[in-house]
Write a protein that binds this ligand. Structure first.
Ligand code: ATP
Length: 289
């Protein structure tokens, strides 16, 4: 079976506290966009075998797909094996939750292929053991995430937003960004409540005006080039925002043709090592195909 696993952005990303165990208490609105990886799953004889079109993606136990499969194989003592091909289109280590969405697809696929009968909530609980973004990737759409990011509340569908996704040739470690975040120095937190109100009122302009990511300052301190990229994208669009912990920068525009025009302009201006993609928000996270 094939599953399209969609990338995630944050309309807001706020961090409220750091727990003594190192986890952070967050408040954020998570949103799927139209970029996706296609994962093909089939039952095999034994073991978990991953192949991919991506030149640098690990295919062994460090792949989140492997971890997700292992978790269900061990818990339910499943027979046989699993073969997975990952057609990777979502930039890796980009702040777009590519690994998490692949893991979510794997949990859903095994649940179907072996007829485990687990609900989405039951799959999300298992996914949370592997990564805080995985429950969102299982549920998808537009969700408010609180706690360590795994407590979800479905929000009204986001009005369709068009964006340009600009991924520079740089990998940012999410853990490093969180470790360097100094909450005492934060003077202004993202207005998540305002964005929820904007979603309820279907007020696109109000959504765009209040897009905000608390991690920007920390990532910009660590990687000055991401700050420069954001300024560049902002000068061509209505609003620029760093995605997750970076380094990808999102530029929000009016419609698809403006997105394509901005894409073309950035392709001229930036080195060819940047991936510059056109996307739009979607109201689902995983699709069977
Ligand atoms: P997050 O914001 O959730 O940390 P991200 O979008 O920044 O994630 P990913 O694309 O998930 O980044 O990759 C983070 C790391 O996970 C990379 O170092 C990558 O090698 C590793 N990884 C393991 N499995 C996968 C996978 N299936 N797809 C992408 N990356 C994976």
């Amino acid at each position: 079976m094939d599953i399209q696993a969609y990338a995630k952005i944050n309309l807001t990303l706020d961090v409220l506290d750091r727990r003594t165990d190192g986890y952070h208490i967050v408040k954020m609105i998570m949103q799927n966009i139209s970029l996706y990886d296609n994962l093909s799953f089939s039952r095999g004889n034994s073991g978990i075998e991953i192949t991919t079109n991506h030149p640098h993606l690990p295919t062994g136990p460090s792949n989140l797909v492997y971890k997700a499969a292992e978790l269900l194989f061990n818990e339910f003592n499943l027979d046989g094996g699993l073969e997975i091909f990952i057609d990777k289109q979502i930039p890796v280590a980009a702040g777009l939750a590519g690994g998490s969405t692949n893991a979510a697809a794997t949990l859903v696929a095994i649940n179907k292929l072996w007829g485990l009968g687990l609900t989405k909530d039951q799959l999300a609980t298992r996914g949370a053991q592997l990564g805080a973004d995985i429950p969102f990737c299982i549920k998808g759409g537009t969700q408010l995430a609180t706690g360590i990011g795994t407590q979800l509340k479905e929000l009204p569908t986001c009005p369709k937003l068009y964006l340009v996704v600009v991924n520079p040739p740089l990998e940012v470690s999410t853990a490093q960004v969180y470790q360097n975040l100094t909450l005492d120095e934060v003077t202004k937190h993202p207005e998540t409540t305002k964005v929820i109100k904007a979603l309820e009122e279907k007020n696109k302009k109000m959504v765009i005006n209040n897009l905000s990511n608390l991690l920007e300052l920390t990532t910009f301190d660590l990687y000055q080039e991401v700050a420069t990229l954001k300024d560049n994208v902002e000068s061509l669009t209505n609003k620029a925002l760093m995605s997750g912990s970076g380094p990808t920068v999102l530029g929000f525009v009016k419609n698809k043709s403006q997105a394509k025009a901005v894409q073309a302009k950035l392709q001229e201006e930036l080195s060819s090592k940047h991936r510059i993609l056109v996307a739009q928000t979607v109201n689902h996270g995983l699709l069977d195909s």
